[in-house]
Design a protein. Structure first.
Length: 366
């Protein structure tokens, strides 16, 4: 006997993030895509925009209005930052709404004002189930997963944020890294920077055979969100994020998907006194029972080619005793684990479905 499926409306349906949400939802046993909405593509057939998802061929792009989006069980907003506020306030309070942009991720208005500007919107339940949020009295980790059941408003994390957080959070939770002087360098596939023909540096002629950094010098908008997560992993509140510093450099590389994060931090005295095996065991324990988190065997490093199309994160940690630093690595598919897959995982939890429904750990390789 099958239960009725949850109906889903997706706004921003023709962009990268919306398209990936549709790709995952189309194969999900518990969801039925009943509405696709857009802006410049209103009235056009999804057969034109998403030929790789034949199930959507008979849908036509509708306008992104509350009237169109309301009436569905789940509403996914794959919209740029600043686009949610007015719209979200008019959506059915009983619908489960997932916003894949930045508008509802940050808890502290000062961080929003500095990196985004414009209206500050309320913080929604953060959709990163594996995020460590502290420890219980007996030393077990608490996680963001516990905040998601029954949630009606979910903020999907940033893609670079996800890779950086998952790489380093075990070391932060166990006091193995100094909070100052954390450095993250990320090799990022092109969808990570968004889809916009007005930005010619994102075109193939510019991209192929070339790598270039962007949003450098502490300006990237994912920085405050990463610091917020690090603070939670340390068992503190977002207001304490100033304890951490992050040098953050994303580098666009000619890949259609994928993020490889290299995150390094100074070892604390506690870490220096531990063996490499003991440090690695901290990561193993932190991700034990977290099905989508794959700590690779010693000596095997994460590669983006192994996580394409999957909701997994491939992780590794090594020590550099000469420089006194821990190096943590994460590879994710920026559209799946970094955006839509993680959002569907959070939705599954919010609705009481199996957490892995409609999701896979199997990568498309080679």
């Amino acid at each position: 006997m099958s239960m009725a499926k949850y109906t889903v409306a997706v706004a921003g349906a023709t962009g990268y993030a919306g398209g990936e949400a549709l790709r995952i939802l189309a194969a999900h046993p518990d969801f039925a895509i009943t509405c696709v909405a857009g802006h410049s593509s209103v009235g056009e057939s999804m057969a034109k925009h998403m030929p790789h998802i034949p199930q959507l061929a008979n849908l036509v792009v509708e306008d992104t209005t509350p009237e169109v989006l309301n009436g569905h069980d789940v509403i996914i907003l794959a919209l740029p930052h600043g686009a949610s506020g007015k719209l979200a306030s008019q959506l059915d309070p009983n619908a489960v709404v997932v916003y894949l942009g930045a508008d509802h991720r940050l808890e502290e208005q000062a961080a929003w004002d500095e990196f985004y500007g414009g209206d500050f919107y309320e913080h929604w339940t953060y959709g990163m189930p594996e995020l460590i949020t502290g420890k219980t009295a007996d030393g077990a980790y608490t996680r963001q997963r516990e905040a998601l059941p029954g949630a009606k408003r979910i903020a999907g994390p940033g893609c670079n944020v996800t890779a950086t957080t998952l790489a380093l959070q075990p070391g932060i939770a166990e006091g193995l890294v100094e909070p100052k002087d954390i450095v993250a360098d990320l090799v990022v596939g092109y969808p990570g920077a968004g889809q916009n023909p007005k930005r010619p540096h994102l075109l193939a002629a510019e991209a192929l055979q070339s790598a270039l950094p962007y949003s450098v010098g502490g300006t990237h908008r994912h920085i405050p969100e990463i610091l917020q997560n690090f603070t939670h992993a340390a068992g503190e509140t977002a207001a304490d994020a100033g304890k951490f510093t992050l040098g953050f450099t994303p580098i666009l590389a000619p890949m259609s998907r994928g993020i490889l994060a290299t995150v390094s931090a100074r070892m604390t005295d506690k870490a220096k006194a531990m063996s490499d095996e003991a440090i690695r065991d901290v990561w193993a324990k932190a991700y034990e029972g977290q099905d989508f988190m794959v700590l690779l065997p010693e000596g095997t490093l994460p590669a983006t080619g192994n996580i394409i199309g999957s909701n997994a994160a491939h992780l590794q940690v090594v020590t550099d005793r000469k420089s006194g630093r821990i190096y943590a690595f994460a590879a994710i598919d920026n559209l799946n684990r970094g955006t839509a897959g993680q959002a569907v995982q959070s939705l599954n939890i919010a609705l009481g479905l199996p957490e892995d429904a409609g999701l896979t750990k199997i990568g498309v390789a080679p």
